[in-house]
Structure formats: structure tokens, C-alpha cells
Ligand binder design. Structure first.
Ligand code: PEP
Ligand code: MG
Length: 590
């Protein structure tokens, strides 16, 4: 029966696919013993479920296309091998025939004992293979408990999978996408997590905070995930599917409309030029940045190079990745951020401290880099070596005091000297900037700014630290408020301080790519935005319809407002209310 589950949209778009539950152990398991007379029927159910799981895998394999097909096929083959393994299958049969367990209980017992074997292994790679067992057992459990109609099964066999889980780590996203996962439904998680950010880069819809998903869904259920509305339709009707097809047509239409903006300048109606840069995590972002006419890369998150591996990448590997990025941007400026591991960017290279009581307030970002100078030198050397290939800026995350900037600058100079003496071509001048994402850095910026060449405001963290609201805690989503007066005053302070000192001020948090805030940010004086490239054309369309001068005149009123409702009302009116009296911005910051 059709069912709608709700959460929050963390990555836009829609996907139609089969549910794949990450916790197959949550399947309903009947622990009672079978009557002797029912054993044969139960055996037949089990055999049928095993056959159906094998057929699913064969169908999945047949559908594989594209550059990753071979790697994905390897995983599918590994799963097929488990299903063909006589020890695995006979173990299940024995449990049903001799133990008189229900098939679901036999599967659970088999899973528990195999997982225990994998978990006892020292080798982390082998340990991680327990996931395969989970997926195979989940698939058979799904086949056992499948409730869907024949028609739905036919449709489901033609679509890919939607992962349903409590959470998903950023490091798991790429392999999951490569396995053909089309979207994510998470019971926990937040729209600002790094998994959500990466999911947007991979252009896969994600709904987070769908608390009931694991308890209401079965493996194999047909799902229509709507990342725009934060909604999951289970067993969609013909009408839902027609709506989905209409959405696909609308997206193509919208794409055509925005397409025209690819080569257009970003300039307000009164002629103020605004720079729109792109954030990038993976190669596809760079291609999309170029295709959308980005002014450059405003934030390259290097930590994604460090995920999913046992050892951190060496200088040469990093150099090649950064150089390709710089070359890929064809002479446009590229801002490379030094490593920001820690907190939710769990690294498999084993660099970040484990089990910190308060990871978001712990050893992350520049704090981690400065504790591991060898690692930082390696990264700075790799970045500096790209300065001969195009305009490159170095951006440092989690700066909270001027001493951190001075230390990084000294390290940079040192590395540049070494590289030059080794014969590398390094640009004479390279810019060093700080992420302004810790309130202390924003407040102390007037004293810090002359130590910096530019700043970039990281609103994702700045909001969480200013409001003491964990960006990853969906329970607090209502309190995570970009329009809080404290946030607006900090933004205005940072922008005004930077500009007064003649420094470039960019914003690279999610707020910069959200058209609901474009007018507000222009009003506060922001002229350089950096966002996911998928949002760039919409933001350009918005900027090009706004009057910069009129918005600037509204800023004092905005900064004096004390209540959220009033602020939201002012922000909402910004597109029409364009005739306020001028007033100096600084006076409202006192
Ligand atoms: C931010 O904090 O706004 C930011 C851009 O950095 P990240 O999301 O990688 O923490
Ligand atoms: Mg940040």
C-alpha cells in the first residue's frame, strides 16, 4: 500500500529505486520452531528466495554500463559467489530442516555467525567485507518478505537501488554510487553534513531525518525519493510515477532555460558585478563548474582525497590531483583548502583523533594539520607546486587565532624556499586566506585581517558554532538558523572588515548557494560567492534580477531587527522593497 514517509531534503532531485536496507538484521525474524509438517514448505520458500536473490544479481549485472561497470561487476560477482557457496547454502538448509527454524531466523543466525568471523579478523579490508554478507543476507531476506505486486516487481527489477540506513559516512558514498545506488534515505543525519554535501556533488538525492524509514521499509520495496520535498513515497501509484516522469521533463526544460545563463555575466540590474565561484570535491564538480561559467573554484575540499584509504596520499599524488584541478580550470583562480579532517569527516587514513569527547570542538582542520607538520608540509608542497600552472590560493580551515595563520605562513614560505632550491617553479606570490567559521575569528578579524590576503566565510560551521547547534543533529534542525541576528551581525562584520582592509571576502558555506539568501547576502555587501556548481546558474539568475544599491540600503534595517519573523519578512520583501533611505552600515553594528 502507498505510504509517504517524511524527512528533510539534503540533496535535491528525485530517484525511483528499490530499497536496500543497511541493517538487514532488523528484518522481522520469527524465532519460533516449525512444526515437522511445515518444514518442506519453509524449505521451498527459502529456495525460492535464494533463487530470486540470484536472479536479481544477474539482472543487475546485465544492466551494468559505463566506466565503472567492471568494478561494480566484481562486487556483484562476490555476492553471487556467496549465494552459490555450498557451505553457506547447506548451513541454511540444515538450520531449517534439522533445526526447524523459520527461513528468516536461519538467515539471521547465518549472518550473525559469519559477521562474527569477519569481525574477528585483524585485516581491516577483510573486516570490511562483512558488508558483503550483510548485503547478501539482506537481499535474501528481502526476497523472503517481498510484499510487492508482480507489476511492481517488474518495475523494480528495472531500476537501481536506494540505500536506506541510519547514517552514511562520506567515505562510503562514492563506492555506493559506483555500486549503482541512486539515492539515500537516512533515519538520522543532517542537510549540512559532509555526506549531504558529497551527495549533492554526486547528484544523488538524499532525504535525512526520515525516522521511520527502517522500521517501515522492507528490502526491495519500490521507493520514489524526493530530495526537494524531503519525502519518500513507498509503493508509488501510477499517478506518482506519472508525476515523476513530468518532473524529469520539467528538469530538462529548466536545464534549457538555465543553459542560456551559462555564458552570461553575473551582474545586478544596476550594474554591480558579482563573482560566482564553485565549490568542488570531485572531478565532476570541476567539469560542471566550467560548464556553468564559474569565475573559479572558491573552495576545493582536499579531505575527500584522504577518505577511503589506509595511508594518506603522498606529495606526488596530491600534486597531480591539484595540478589537474588547476589545469581543468584553464587559468581561472583556484582556492585549495588544506585538510579539514576531524568531526564528521571520519578519515580512513587514520589521521584524525579517535573518540574525542567533543569532535566538533576538537582536533580538526588546521589544529590537526599543525599537530602533524610533516603531513601539512607534504600538502603545502603539493599545493605550491601547482602555482606554476595557474592562479592558486591557499585556504586554511578552522582558524581561531592569528598565531595559526602566522605559523601556516611561515611553513608555506619554508616549503616554497625548499621547492625552489630543488628546482621547482613556484609563483613569486601566492595568497593565503582563512576560513572564517569560528566566531572568534570573525570577532577578532579587525586585528587579524592584515595577516591575511583574503577570507572565505564558512557559514556551515560559523552558524553551528555561533548558535551552539550541531550541524549534524537533525533534532536541532529548527534552531540552526542562518537568519539569526547574531549570524547576520557576524556576516556583516566580516564583510565590512575585509573590504575596509582591501581584502577579498568570499562565502563558501551552503548559504552562498541558496537563492533564498542571495538578496540578503548582497544587502550585507557580499560580492564573491562560492557554491556547489549545480546551484550556480540559479544564483546567477537571481543576482541578475536584483538591484544592488537598493539592497545595500536595506542592510541597516535588517541588522537592527531582533526577531526572526521580522528578519524573514524583510528578507522576503527584498526583491520588491527597493526604495529605503540610505544609512551607513557600520553604525548598525555598534
Ligand atoms: C563551512 O563550514 O561552511 C564550509 C564551507 O566548510 P565545511 O562544510 O567543509 O566544513
Ligand atoms: Mg567548515
Amino acid at each position: 500500500m502507498r505510504l509517504v514517509l517524511n524527512g528533510s531534503g539534503a540533496s535535491r532531485g528525485k530517484a525511483l529505486g528499490r530499497a536496500r536496507l543497511e541493517q538487514p538484521s532488523r528484518f522481522l525474524v520469527d524465532e519460533t520452531r516449525l512444526d515437522e509438517a511445515d518444514v518442506a514448505d519453509e524449505m521451498a520458500r527459502l529456495e525460492q528466495a535464494l533463487d530470486s536473490a540470484r536472479a536479481d544479481l544477474r539482472a543487475l549485472r546485465d544492466k551494468l554500463r559505463g566506466p565503472l561497470a567492471r568494478e561494480v561487476a566484481e562486487f556483484i560477482d562476490a555476492h553471487s559467489l556467496i549465494l552459490a557457496d555450498p557451505e553457506f547454502v547447506n548451513g541454511l538448509r540444515d538450520l531449517v530442516v534439522q533445526g526447524r527454524f523459520h527461513a528468516s531466523a536461519a538467515l539471521k543466525m547465518q549472518r550473525d555467525s559469519l559477521v562474527a568471523v569477519f569481525e574477528a579478523m585483524d585485516d581491516p579490508y577483510l573486516r570490511s567485507r562483512r558488508e558483503d554478507i550483510e548485503h547478501v543476507i539482506g537481499r535474501v531476506q528481502g526476497a523472503l518478505s517481498r510484499e510487492s505486486s508482480a507489476e511492481e516487481r517488474k518495475l523494480a527489477s528495472r531500476v537501481g537501488e536506494i540505500l536506506v540506513s541510519d547514517t552514511v559516512a562520506p567515505s562510503e558514498l562514492v563506492p555506493l554510487a559506483e555500486h549503482g545506488v541512486l539515492g539515500f534515505v537516512l533515519t538520522a543525519g543532517s542537510t549540512l553534513s559532509h555526506s549531504a554535501i558529497l551527495s549533492r556533488s554526486l547528484r544523488l538525492p538524499m532525504v535525512v531525518g526520515a525516522h521511520e524509514a527502517l522500521s517501515h521499509l522492507q528490502d526491495g520495496d519500490l521507493l520514489l525519493v524526493d530530495g526537494d520535498r524531503g519525502e519518500i513515497i513507498v509503493h508509488p501509484t501510477a499517478q506518482d510515477l506519472a508525476g515523476y516522469r513530468q518532473w524529469q521533463r520539467d528538469i530538462a526544460q529548466q536545464g534549457k532555460r538555465l543553459e542560456r545563463l551559462r555564458t552570461v555575466e553575473t551582474r545586478t540590474v544596476d550594474g554591480k558585478a558579482i563573482a560566482l565561484h564553485a565549490n568542488a570535491e570531485i572531478n565532476a564538480d570541476v567539469a560542471q563548474a566550467r560548464a556553468s561559467g564559474a569565475a573559479g573554484i572558491g573552495l576545493y575540499r582536499t579531505e575527500f582525497l584522504f577518505l577511503q584509504r589506509k595511508e594518506p596520499p603522498g606529495e606526488e599524488e596530491q600534486f597531480l590531483a591539484y595540478r589537474d584541478l588547476v589545469l581543468g580550470m584553464g587559468g581561472l583562480p583556484v582556492t585549495i583548502r588544506t585538510l579539514d579532517l576531524g568531526a564528521d569527516k571520519i578519515d580512513s587514513a587514520g589521521l584524525a583523533l579517535r573518540d574525542e569527547p567533543n569532535p566538533a570542538l576538537g582536533v580538526r582542520g588546521v589544529r590537526l594539520s599543525l599537530r602533524t607538520p610533516k603531513l601539512m608540509r607534504t600538502q603545502l608542497r603539493a599545493i605550491l607546486r601547482t602555482t606554476g600552472y595557474g592562479p592558486v590560493r591557499v585556504l586554511v580551515p578552522m582558524i581561531s587565532c592569528v598565531e595559526e595563520i602566522d605559523t601556516v605562513r611561515a611553513l608555506l614560505k619554508d616549503c616554497a624556499r625548499d621547492l625552489r632550491s630543488e628546482g621547482h617553479e613556484i609563483a613569486d606570490h601566492f595568497e593565503l586566506g582563512a576560513m572564517i567559521e569560528v566566531p572568534a575569528a570573525a570577532i577578532a578579524l579587525p586585528g587579524m585581517i592584515r595577516h591575511l590576503d583574503f577570507v572565505s566565510i564558512g557559514t556551515n560551521d560559523l552558524i553551528q558554532y555561533t548558535l551552539a547547534v550541531d550541524r549534524n543533529n537533525d533534532e536541532l534542525a529548527g534552531l540552526y538558523d542562518p537568519l539569526h541576528p547574531a549570524v547576520l551581525r557576524l556576516l556583516a562584520l566580516v564583510i565590512a572588515t575585509g573590504h575596509r582592509a582591501g581584502r577579498a571576502v568570499a562565502m563558501c558555506g551552503e548559504m552562498a548557494g541558496d537563492t533564498r539568501y542571495t538578496a540578503l547576502l548582497l544587502a550585507l555587501g557580499l560580492t564573491e560567492f562560492s557554491m556547489h556548481p549545480g546551484h550556480l546558474l540559479e544564483v546567477r539568475e537571481t543576482v541578475n534580477a536584483l538591484d544592488h544599491g537598493a539592497l545595500r540600503r536595506l542592510a541597516p534595517k535588517l541588522l537592527r531587527a531582533t526577531h526572526r519573523e521580522r528578519i524573514a519578512e524583510l528578507v522576503g520583501s527584498m526583491r520588491v522593497e527597493v526604495t529605503a533611505t540610505p544609512e551607513p552600515l557600520e553604525s548598525s553594528l555598534d
